[in-house]
Design a protein around this ligand. Structure first.
Ligand code: FES
Ligand code: MG
Length: 592
């Protein structure tokens, strides 16, 4: 319980409820909040008003259990003398929102900024889970900069099918492949995929949801150990309660996102992302959070800081296990502990519990070395992203933790050897074109081809589609060729194990080099120098560019909703976090 001394600082919410200079307005504000039973004492005695940003709903099954968890959070808030006010966040369900859930990340962000800024809130608990809920919430908390804490909802229990683990998302890629090869029928396909979702919670693989929640913890924005607790476990409800208690203390301490989200914290997140085999969506979302808090974090830093970090976590899609094993082995603190021991973590970075990440993780050694490997015996060396450049794009990202041994052996094993992917480009204009033509024999796709997809970036396909991980033609799969290098201006699901080069920026629709690539061109990707170029003479490229401009530029489907048009008019590229350009200049707005 807070003492009066803790509360001597005037709270932000008192400007609404207890403003001696404006009795009229104060009366009006308390009058309406009292209409459901709150008392003057609760609203006017300087108790912190804590928002609970609720991302769960019937539309968002991954976060739906937050509706119940919030009750435990309220109890924690109340016990420490705070008043909880829960409110909805624009729904963000990764598996359901069309045309791309990422389109709505910025919409949810904008909505949450307005709520945090415009209502009588002293602090906020951010309920996160499904992919974009963490970035939308943290971007908004960064912009407004009132005390904020992340409460993850946790992954689903492990999926099982006939004695084998089935990981959400990851199983879909496998099921598709088995189906394409004629090894399973439709019934088995659905059964296999559904087995991966046995309980409430977000994806149980190290997809984008597990990644973003783990990185919220690595950034210091959730209590230690929060991210990995499976949704149905009792520890999850305890964590909800402790998070509620802690946010009230954070108000007294005036501990704000800007105190925690420092350059060091972002570097910690990059390192942890490599060690857990995190999603290729991480640079987009973490980059967006950095921009909104005002920390410089160019995309190249992901390679410079993160590439040489080894993969320690044995979790699908890069490894074998799922969320329950990650939790039992020690979760994020155990990964941080292992990295700390080797000097890879800024241990002095502050976290929401008021201690440093070093203090929080000092004794958190992993309890299962099958799941969290020792730094000296990792699953994969150099497991972080590569950031590529060339005449096809200014930047694109390659996630190396998921690359097959065969591919790694061929292209990434020895930097003294040439590690070059060179082949004939097959170019698709968006996902529909890919699905319509991938099995077309006239394309003569063989094992030396590189598959390209364009028109899939934030402008071309509003929000950027998760489509870069394309499957080879069924004929090749039947012959045992399970993957071809894929390159594109879209994204790919964090649950995919494809060796793709993605998030290419600028995208074709913004005039990037992919717009003038043609099927049949030879493309050369050098993984030593991290370059990607189409081997066509400059004059020919200039000629193609003129022809494209004369035809009115790269064409893409019209917007179907007002928000699609608004976002397209001001969104930055994936390499720049896909943020809304005009939003970035509004920083720390609660202090203005
Ligand atoms: Fe919601 Fe994967 S679909 S977390
Ligand atoms: Mg996704």
């Amino acid at each position: 319980m807070l003492t009066m001394t803790d509360r001597q600082r005037r709270l932000r919410s008192q400007a609404w409820f207890d403003d001696p200079g404006n009795l009229d307005m104060s009366a009006l504000h308390i009058e309406r909040y009292m209409n459901w039973g709150l008392t003057r004492e609760e609203l006017q005695s300087g108790r912190p008003i804590i928002g609970i940003a609720q991302t769960g709903s019937d539309l968002v099954p991954c976060n739906r259990h937050h509706l119940e968890l919030a009750e435990r959070t309220r109890e924690g808030i109340r016990e420490m003398g705070g008043i909880a006010l829960e409110f909805p966040v624009h729904p963000l369900q990764e598996s359901a929102k069309r045309p791309a859930p990422a389109l709505d990340r910025n919409l949810a962000y904008l909505g949450l900024v307005e709520v945090l800024y415009g209502y009588p809130l002293d602090a906020v608990v951010l309920t996160t889970g499904c992919d974009k809920t963490m970035p939308a919430c943290l971007m908004a908390a960064a912009t407004v900069n009132i005390p904020a804490i992340v409460l993850s909802g946790g992954p689903m229990l492990n999926g099982w099918y006939k004695g084998e683990r089935t990981g959400s998302g990851t199983i879909v890629w496998k099921a598709r492949e088995l189906f394409a090869a004629g090894e399973i029928d439709e019934e088995t396909y659905v059964e296999l995929v559904a087995s991966a979702a046995p309980s409430p919670g977000h994806c149980n693989t190290m997809g984008t949801a597990s990644t973003m929640n783990a990185l919220a913890e690595a950034l210091g924005m959730s209590l230690p150990g929060c991210a990995a607790i499976p949704a149905p476990y009792r520890e999850r409800a305890r964590m909800a309660y402790q998070t509620g208690r802690r946010i009230v203390e954070m108000v007294a301490e005036d501990l704000k996102p800007s105190d925690i989200l420092t350059r060091e914290a972002f570097e910690n997140a990059i390192v942890v992302n490599s060690a857990i085999g995190g999603s290729s969506n991480a640079p987009i979302h973490i980059g967006a959070i950095a921009q909104h808090i005002g920390v410089e974090l160019p995309l190249d830093e992901w390679q410079r800081i993160g590439h040489e970090v080894p993969l320690l976590l044995n979790m699908q899609p890069a490894g074998e296990y799922l969320g329950e094993e990650f939790f039992r082995a020690g979760g994020v603190p155990a990964v941080v502990h292992e990295l700390m021991e080797h000097g890879l973590i800024h241990t002095e970075a502050l976290t929401v519990n008021g201690a440093t990440i070093g203090e929080n993780c000092r004794t958190a050694a992993a309890t299962d070395r099958d799941v969290i490997a020792r730094y000296d015996a990792p699953l994969v060396d150099n497991a972080g992203f590569l950031v590529l450049h060339g005449n096809l794009f200014d930047s694109a990202v390659m996630k190396t933790s998921v690359i097959s041994d065969e591919f790694r052996e061929r292209y990434l094993s020895d930097p003294a050897e040439p590690n070059v992917l060179q082949g004939r480009a097959i170019v698709f204009d968006g996902p529909e074109d890919y699905h319509a033509r991938i099995d077309d024999p006239e394309l003569m796709i063989d094992e030396n081809c590189l598959l390209f997809i364009r028109g899939a970036g934030p402008i071309g396909f509003p929000g950027a589609a998760e489509v870069v991980n394309m499957q080879p033609p069924a004929e090749l799969i039947k012959r045992g060729v399970h993957s071809l290098p894929c390159i594109g201006d879209g994204r790919q699901s964090g649950t995919s194990g494809s060796p793709s080069i993605l998030n290419a920026s600028p995208e074709a629709a913004a005039g990037g080099g992919l717009a003038i690539l043609q099927t049949g061109d030879t493309v050369r990707i050098d993984l030593n120098s991290c370059t990607a170029d189409v081997l066509v003479p400059d004059e020919e490229l200039a000629e193609r560019r003129r022809a494209l401009d004369a035809a009115g530029g790269f064409s893409f489907p019209a917007s179907q909703t007002p928000w699609q048009e608004i976002q397209r008019s001001m969104v930055e590229q994936l390499g720049d976090g896909m943020v809304l350009g005009p939003a970035v200049k509004y920083q720390r707005v609660s202090q203005t």
